[in-house]
Design a protein around this ligand. Structure first.
Ligand code: FMN
Length: 281
């Protein structure tokens, strides 16, 4: 830990989106590590619609750390839209992603572009393995991640990133290699997920206690607790399924596509599981 951190007490905003909890777990580790070193951190969970709608003033912060899952090889569209409402005014920032083991490189490339457009200076990024959301529909991608090793990498990320936030010299991250897909191809990939997930979250009505948590938590106001069906605003984040206390929400079973998915990426469950979380400085 650099000895100068406490002398130059900074206030960091840690803003994250997490539908099924992986990104939140990493954010919690980062928060704990920074607190242990007496660094002042404000947490902002932007998963809910209402938080993203509130105007965020960055005036009181010295730097921002953003955390997002990777959706179709980029930060989720609703998070990118939220970022476009911010003006970094030259502020330093960092981004960490969680992902299910596939196609993470474009996320780093495109987030750097976006943050530069919004006048932030990106000093680091990171990627952490996290059980794939579509495991709820029958896939088996990195089922037990993030694990203790990932958390160690998260602690390392927290401390190295704070050093970058404090460094007096220029610290901007180099450009990432241009991905083979452009933004419009990734837009198409984003639509493709709905050819896999043919049933948006729906419910076995008999054992539903009508608690309404699904409707309350939906990040895009797509879920109707009365009908138990999500409308076409649904982004397939499965926050409702992950948090249903009655366990009555589900989508269709896509386990038959799992072998094809592995083959397409030339991966096996073992090679996926062997992937390591990584930092970029
Ligand atoms: C719509 C959607 C698209 C996704 N696309 C990818 C992807 O391109 N690559 C990948 O490895 N994981 C992908 N995932 C999996 C998530 O990135 C991963 O499970 C993440 O850790 C979820 O974070 P959370 O638990 O904080 O919501 C996708 C998940 C969803 C819901």
């Amino acid at each position: 830990m650099p000895s100068n951190v406490n002398k130059q007490r900074k206030h960091i905003l840690l803003a994250y989106f997490s539908a099924t909890g992986n990104t939140r777990k990493i954010a919690q580790v980062i928060h704990k590590k920074l607190k242990e070193h007496n660094i002042s951190v404000t947490i902002l969970d932007i998963t809910s619609h209402s938080t993203r709608e509130e105007r965020l003033s960055l005036e009181q912060y010295d730097a921002v750390c953003f955390g997002f899952p990777i959706y179709s090889m980029r930060a989720p569209r609703i998070c990118r839209e939220w970022l476009r409402t911010l003006d970094g005014k030259g502020m330093r920032c960092s981004v960490f992603f969680t992902y299910g083991g596939f196609g993470k490189d474009p996320a780093h490339y495109f987030i750097k572009q976006l943050l530069e457009d919004q006048h932030f200076v990106l000093v680091s990024t990171a990627e952490f393995l996290g059980a794939h959301t579509f495991n709820y529909s029958g896939w088996s991608a990195v089922t037990n991640r993030p694990n203790d090793l990932d958390f160690q990498v998260a602690e390392d990320y927290a401390m190295k990133t704070v050093r970058r936030f404090l460094d007096h010299d220029a610290v901007e991250l180099d450009d990432f290699e241009k991905p083979m897909y452009d933004a419009s191809q990734l837009d198409q990939a984003e639509k493709y997920r709905f050819s896999l997930i043919t049933k948006l979250p729906t419910r076995d009505a008999n054992s539903c206690s009508m608690c309404g948590i699904c409707q309350q938590l939906c990040p895009v106001h797509a879920m109707d607790m009365h009908t138990g069906i999500a409308n076409n605003k649904c982004i397939a984040c499965f926050r409702c399924i992950a948090n249903c206390p009655d366990g009555v929400l589900h989508t269709n079973d896509i386990s038959s596509s799992w072998d094809k998915k592995l083959a397409m990426h030339k991966m096996t469950e073992q090679t996926l599981e062997a992937l390591e979380s990584k930092l970029y400085f």
